[in-house]
Design a protein around this ligand. Sequence first.
Ligand SMILES: [Zn+2]
Length: 110
Amino acid sequence: MLLRKRSEIVTKVDQLGAHDPAEVANLGFGKRIGDATLYAVERMTDAYQARTIYATVAEIDQALERLDAGTYGRCIACGTTIPSERLDAVPWAALCVPCSAKPAKSKVVR
Ligand SMILES: [Zn+2]
């Protein structure tokens, strides 16, 4: 199931194609609101989506690694079993609900 989801997302990434953040940074914003600015905003939204999708693919890859390691379904921060409802909604979830709700800082400190 994870693999299928991953290939779906990879297809989406392919569709977004060349929208990498560096390219968008070069577009910049004009001083006037015009077509160029609208275009830049549009491209930024795509790049944002692409980044989000890339991040998701990375999370799925990590989930597959945990599947291999036999730790899939366990929270990477506290080790509790992630409820199956959460895994149904987010199959690549790496954190249990309480841990994902905590700010990133407390995860590092633990
Ligand atoms: Zn946890």
